[in-house]
Design a protein around this ligand. Structure first.
Ligand SMILES: CC1=C(O)/C(=C\N=C(/C)C(=O)O)C(COP(=O)(O)O)=CN1
Length: 456
C-alpha cells in the first residue's frame, strides 16, 4: 500500500488563527522585515525552526510530573546519564540549558587563542563560541555541500584532503579538535556517511586530534545512513547512531531538536580530564553539574525523548514529511536545495530571486514575502546569517543564500505542508515584483536574530 500516516494521534490542540494580508503587512513592517521579530500569535504555520518547537509525547509529559527538583543528585540526572550512555555511548554527561551552553563549555576548555577549528560547514552559535575562545573556524566540508543543485547523497562529508592540509599547514598542536556536525544544518540538513566519520577518526588519530560531534540531529543523520549507505539497511537507527558516535570523542547536544524537548542540552565526553574541567566550569555558567541550568522535569523529558527519537516509525515519518513538502515544491518548479534534508526544505533564494544582488538580502526578502503571502514563517539562512568577517569587517558572502522551511517534529500534518507549498509557489509566480531590502539596524553578535530591514 502507498498511504502512510503520522505514527501518533492527537490528544491536545492549539487553535491557529490567520490574519488578513493587510494585518500581516503591518506586522511585518513592525518586525523590521525580520521573521525572528514577529510575534508567535501573528504566525499561522511556524516553520522558523525545529529547535524547541517539537511536540512532546504523553510519556514525556508524564515525566514532567516526576521531576526530582533536588538541588544536587536529582534522580532525573542519573536517568538521563544512563540513557545517554545507552544511545550515544559516551562515558560522561554534563547537562546544559541548551546546545550553545555545551558549545560554550567545550570551546573554553579546548580552544587556545590562535587555534584553528576545522569543521564541516559553520553553524552560527558553534562558530561564535569558537571565535569568542580565540579560535578560527575553517570550513573543510566537501565542495558539493556549497552547491545547492549537487545531488551528492552525503553532502555533509568532510573533505579529508582539506582537513589534512590544514593540519599540516598550521600544525596539529594548533588544532584542538575537529567540529563535526551531523546533519549539517547550514548545508540544508545534509548527512555525513559512516564511512566518512570513520575516515575522519583514522586521520585525526594519526595526529592525536580529537573529534567533537555536534549531535543535535544525529538521529536524522542515522536515518540517511540506513536509507543510503550500503551495509546499513538492516541495522536499527539506534545501532547506527551508537556506531557513528563511537568514532568521536564527545558531543555537544541541543536536545531541542532530535530529543523532542522545548529546552535542554548537554556535553558528553569520554576523556575524564575534559569531563572534570567541564563539570567544574558548568557550575559557573549553567548550574550544578547534575542539573546544568535545567529543572529535574526537563532532564526527565529529555531522557524520555531520547528513547522515542530512535524509534523507526517515528523517525521515518519525520524525515519523509520534510521530503513530502520538498517534492511538492519541486513539482511547482521552485528551486530548492537537493537532496532534501532531514529537518527542513531549503529554498535557493539565489535561483528564486536572481535579480536581487546578495547585499540586498534576497533570502531575507523571500522569507518576508512568504509571511506576507500566507502567515507561514521561515528563516533566513544566507548572507545575514553568515555575519561579518571579524578580520575584514565586511559581510561574509556565502555561496548558499537560502530560506529554511523548518518542520517541527510531530506538530503539523501534511495538510499544513500543502498550504505551505501553495504559498511558496504563489510567491514564486510573482517573484519579479520583489526588490530586496536594506539593513537599518545591525546587532554585534549573531545579527540575524535581531537585525531590522526596510524595503528598497
Ligand atoms: C546544528 C546546531 C543547531 O542547529 C543549533 C541551533 N539551531 C537552531 C536554533 C536552529 O534554528 O537551527 C545549535 C545550538 O543549539 P541551541 O539552540 O543553543 O539549543 C547547535 N548546533
Amino acid at each position: 500500500r502507498k498511504a502512510w500516516a503520522e505514527p501518533y494521534r492527537i490528544k491536545m490542540v492549539e487553535p491557529l488563527r490567520m490574519l488578513s494580508r493587510e494585518e500581516r503587512e503591518q506586522k511585518l513592517s513592525e518586525a523590521g522585515y525580520n521573521t525572528f521579530l514577529l510575534r508567535s500569535e501573528d504566525v499561522y504555520i511556524d516553520l522558523l525552526t525545529d529547535s524547541g518547537t517539537n511536540a512532546m509525547s504523553d510519556y514525556q509529559w508524564a515525566g514532567m510530573m516526576l521531576g526530582d527538583e533536588a538541588y544536587a543528585g536529582s534522580r532525573n540526572f542519573y536517568y538521563l546519564e544512563a540513557n545517554m550512555q545507552k544511545y550515544y555511548g559516551y562515558k560522561y554527561l554534563v547537562p546544559t540549558h541548551q546546545g550553545r551552553g555545551a558549545e560554550h563549555l567545550i570551546s573554553r576548555i579546548l580552544i587556545k587563542p590562535g587555534d584553528f577549528i576545522p569543521g564541516n560547514m559553520y553553524f552560527t552559535t558553534t562558530r561564535q563560541h569558537q571565535e569568542l575562545a580565540g579560535g578560527t573556524f575553517v570550513d573543510v566540508i566537501i565542495d558539493e555541500a556549497h552547491d545547492p543543485a549537487s545531488t551528492h547523497p552525503f553532502k555533509g562529508n568532510v573533505d579529508l584532503d582539506k582537513l589534512e592540509s590544514l593540519i599540516k599547514k598550521v600544525g596539529a598542536e594548533k588544532v584542538p579538535y575537529v567540529s563535526l556536525a551531523a546533519t549539517v544544518n547550514m548545508a540544508g540538513g545534509q548527512p555525513v556517511s559512516m564511512e566518512n566519520v570513520r575516515a575522519v577518526r583514522e586521520l585525526t588519530a594519526r595526529y592525536g586530534i580529537r573529534v567533537i560531534l555536534d549531535a543535535t540531529r544525529a538521529v536524522e543523520n542515522a536515518f540517511f545512513i540506513k536509507e543510503r549507505e550500503p551495509g546499513y539497511q538492516h541495522k536499527t537507527i539506534a545501532e547506527i547512531l551508537k556506531e557513528f558516535c563511537s568514532y568521536t570523542d564527545g558531543c555537544t547536544m541541543s536536545g531541542k531538536k532530535d530529543l523532542l524537548v522545548n529546552i535542554g542540552g548537554f556535553l558528553a565526553v569520554n576523556d575524564e580530564e575534559i569531563f572534570q574541567q567541564a563539570r567544574n566550569l558548568v557550575v559557573v555558567y549553567e548550574g550544578l553539574h547534575t542539573y546544568g541550568g535545567l529543572a529535574g522535569r526537563d532532564l526527565e523529558a529529555m531522557a524520555r525523548g531520547m528513547e522515542e527519537a530512535v524509534q523507526e516509525d517515528y523517525i521515518r515519518h519525520r524525515v519523509l514529511q520534510v521530503r513530502y513538502l520538498g517534492e511538492k515544491l519541486q513539482q511547482h518548479g521552485v528551486p530548492i536545495v537537493v537532496p532534501i534534508g532531514g529537518h527542513a526544505v531549503f529554498l535557493d533564494a539565489k535561483r528564486f530571486l536572481p535579480h536581487i544582488p546578495q547585499d540586498r538580502f534576497p533570502a531575507q526578502t523571500l522569507a518576508a514575502a512568504i509571511y506576507a503571502d500566507s502567515g507561514v514563517r521561515s528563516m533566513e539562512r544566507g548572507i545575514v546569517s553568515a555575519g561579518r568577517d571579524p578580520k575584514t569587517g565586511d559581510h561574509r558572502y556565502p555561496k548558499l543564500e537560502l530560506v529554511r522551511l523548518t518542520i517541527p517534529r510531530r506538530v503539523y500534518t501534511n495538510a499544513h505542508m500543502d498550504v505551505v507549498a501553495e504559498s511558496v509557489a504563489a510567491v514564486y509566480q510573482e517573484r519579479e515584483k520583489l526588490s530586496g531590502l536594506r539593513m537599518v539596524y545591525e546587532p554585534t553578535y549573531l545579527r540575524f536574530f535581531q537585525a531590522r530591514f526596510e524595503p528598497l
